[in-house]
Design a protein around this ligand. Structure first.
Ligand code: ZN
Ligand code: ZN
Length: 179
């Protein structure tokens, strides 16, 4: 079975969705929490994250969320803006057992910029194949978590089976109440 997108792209989109989700619900608020989060996701440079890095990341999170919710044309314009503002320098690298892949910034660049440029590069791939619609929010209005829909026909509506069954139960109760 082949996924509609390479694993690396899906992982990047899951990472940036999770940064935004955790920031929104308040579990990412400090440099310490961002350090732990990035270490967990094996994001390069996690161990040296400072408060300034965290603050710069939160500023980019707003852009990334807007890009996530945007239509294809807007996402394209926003990705270009991120490349300009972060001075992106795409180059191919092979390291740590990973085959050739694209890095958007030189090693040692600010982590906030690295996150934003990674997000923008992921959106470039989605814009090119006209698949930005896979960037979704949970259909449960109390949740609204961002998630990347990897389903074959782009039909997934909820971030988790928990949200799906909660919504199904609510719809069932509403129907039952109308009888
Ligand atoms: Zn790499
Ligand atoms: Zn949800």
């Amino acid at each position: 079975m082949s996924l509609p997108h390479p694993r690396e792209l899906a992982r990047t989109l899951e990472f940036i969705a999770e940064v935004c989700n955790q920031r929104r619900v308040g579990t990412l608020g400090s440099a310490t929490s961002l350090r732990a989060f990035c270490a967990e996701w094996r994001f390069p440079g996690a161990s040296t994250i400072t408060k300034a890095d965290a603050d710069a990341t939160w500023a980019h999170v707003r852009t990334i969320e807007t890009m996530w919710d945007a239509d294809r044309d807007t996402a394209a314009v926003m990705a270009n803006r991120v490349f300009r503002e972060c001075d992106a320098r795409p180059h191919l690298v092979r390291h740590d057992g990973l085959d050739w892949h694209l890095h958007g910034l030189p090693a040692g660049a600010p982590i906030a910029d690295a996150i934003a440029v990674d997000a923008a590069m992921a959106f470039v791939d989605l814009v090119r194949v006209d698949d930005t619609a896979r960037c979704k929010r949970c259909g449960d209005a109390r949740c609204e978590r961002m998630f990347f829909d990897l389903s074959r026909n782009r039909s997934r509506r909820f971030c988790s089976t928990t949200c799906q069954s909660r919504t199904n139960v609510a719809a069932f109760r509403a129907r039952a109440g109308q009888l």
